[in-house]
Design a protein around this ligand. Structure first.
Ligand SMILES: NC(=O)c1ccc[n+]([C@@H]2O[C@H](COP(=O)([O-])OP(=O)(O)OC[C@H]3O[C@@H](n4cnc5c(N)ncnc54)[C@H](O)[C@@H]3O)[C@@H](O)[C@H]2O)c1
Length: 439
């Protein structure tokens, strides 16, 4: 895949040259023992892994600290289009490792560095797969934040590229690495709840409105052209950067893929589900009159044939469900298991507690698992590209049902819509001219 800059300072010729050099280097690396950079790093698992970060505001900063705390990485690149984020992150890296590192607003520059072994992407959703594909093409292992993709087609591309390159891809669904979550899922798989035909997951919060954005000059600290990257150009407005992009379909994926993907991932794992056969959604932007396009209230029903899953979010109505602001509940014939953000509980049908578990921080073991996979070629990531795609696809299907107003009929074997309809138009997106991913 090549992504050609349409409006950057890198000339087309320079980019093609560096891109093909990088591709050749990456291809050669993949041929070494069939495991790419893994074989190099795997030779000495005490060696530090060279990591670069793309997106360093909120989640990116958390991950940066988590990677540094592992003591197993050398942070060699910081990439952000917000100079203030680079400055803040730079101070953190300097204090922690006291070594020189490079900075850039342009992810392509970072990926040209042949010493770089892994990339962490915590930029907005519209960047995850376009930059993730570039990273894999350049031979870098990838930690990419959830949701895996901005739309279903992108998820399919990333799964395919992961298979081809055999590099490590860890999706930021970090609960998959938490010991008490693994224990809880193990109980479901061991049959402790009896047959489970129904699960419900939810998120409740007290978000406010985002107002009506005004056309405004791009702030001096921001490279808005690179912030947009692969997304078709839209004029800068003052209620978009940072974070609020989540609520515009052009860049974001709404609450369902923002928070829903975490617990839907665990429901899918707990119930051994792959892809639903029918999806319906209802909801809307009910609470505020503003620019937000994605629903603040949404209920999605997934019919997996003999098993049903319901998602519910109330972004502007914070009353907890089952005592938790976000979580999932699995209803078994013999017992019920409820999970929140920091623990789980199993009760029998009379309400008697049978088991519980909690503790730990969610991201540290996930980061450790990613690094373990890089140095141990035989190890699989806790949240693979394929699992990340399947769970993110649930969210996309819910959003497509919502936006099209259709009851989606899906072929679970192919994970495709059964009949082309208005819903099909949401399967992929248009790209900004010159930034089309080519897989
Ligand atoms: N796993 C989790 O628990 C978790 C938690 C929070 C956020 N996230 C995910 O992490 C991602 C980032 O979330 P956030 O809340 O930090 O968003 P944010 O908008 O606050 O920050 C995004 C950062 O990416 C930077 N950025 C944008 N385009 C860039 C580019 N081309 N190159 C380099 N940097 C670029 C922005 O300048 C900003 O600093 C989202 O996809 C979100 O869903 C995951």
């Amino acid at each position: 895949m090549n992504m050609l800059p349409s409006d950057s300072s890198i000339s087309r010729r320079t980019f093609l040259k560096s891109s093909s050099t990088a591709t050749a280097a990456a291809t050669a690396a993949w041929l070494v023992a069939g495991a790419g950079v893994r074989s190099v790093v795997g030779a000495d698992s005490n060696e530090k892994v060279e990591v670069g970060f793309m997106g360093l505001n909120s989640r990116g900063m958390d991950l940066l600290k988590e990677f540094l705390a592992s003591q197993r990485v050398l942070v060699s690149w910081l990439c952000d289009v917000d100079q203030r984020a680079i400055d803040k992150a730079g101070a953190v890296v300097k204090a922690a490792q006291g070594l020189a590192f490079k900075t850039t607003p342009d992810v392509r520059r970072m990926l040209e560095d042949r010493r770089l072994q892994a990339v962490v992407i915590a930029a907005p959703d519209h960047w995850h797969v376009p930059a993730g594909l570039m990273a894999l093409q350049a031979g870098k292992h990838l930690y990419v934040e959830k949701p895996l993709s901005h739309n279903p087609r992108e998820g399919e591309w990333l799964v395919e590229a992961t298979r081809k390159t055999r590099l490590v891809v860890q999706v930021g669904l970090q609960r998959r690495s938490v010991p008490w979550v693994i224990e809880a899922i193990g109980r479901i798989h061991a049959g402790e709840l009896g047959p489970v035909h129904f699960a419900r997951a939810w998120y409740a919060a007290d978000r406010t409105g985002i107002g009506f954005g005004q056309l405004a000059p791009v702030p001096a600290w921001l490279d808005y052209s690179l912030w947009q990257g692969p997304a078709p150009d839209k004029p800068f407005r003052d209620n978009l950067v940072h974070y609020n992009w989540h609520w515009f379909w052009h860049w974001g994926t709404g609450e369902l893929a923002n928070n829903g993907v975490h617990f839907l991932d665990l429901v899918r794992w707990g119930m051994n589900l792959d892809c639903p056969q029918r999806v319906t959604s209802t909801g809307g932007r009910y609470f505020f009159d503003d620019d937000q396009e994605t629903p603040d209230t949404q209920v999605v029903t997934f019919d997996f044939g003999g098993r049903t899953v319901v998602w519910e979010h109330r972004s502007c109505q914070p009353t907890p469900s089952e005592g938790e602001a976000t979580g999932a509940v699995f209803y078994g014939r013999k017992a019920t298991l409820t999970m929140g953000p920091s623990g789980y509980r199993v009760v029998d049908l009379s309400g008697k507690e049978l088991a519980k578990g909690s503790g730990g921080t969610p991201s540290a073991p996930h980061v450790a698992n990613f690094l373990d996979c890089i140095v141990n070629p035989g190890k699989s990531p806790a949240s693979s590209a394929e699992d990340g795609h399947k769970s993110t696809l649930l969210c996309h299907l819910g959003n497509i049902a919502q936006r099209s107003g259709e009851i989606l009929q899906v072929n679970p074997a192919t994970r495709q819509l059964r009949t082309p309809s208005t819903a099909s138009r949401y399967w992929s997106r248009e790209y900004r001219r010159g930034w089309e991913p080519k897989v």
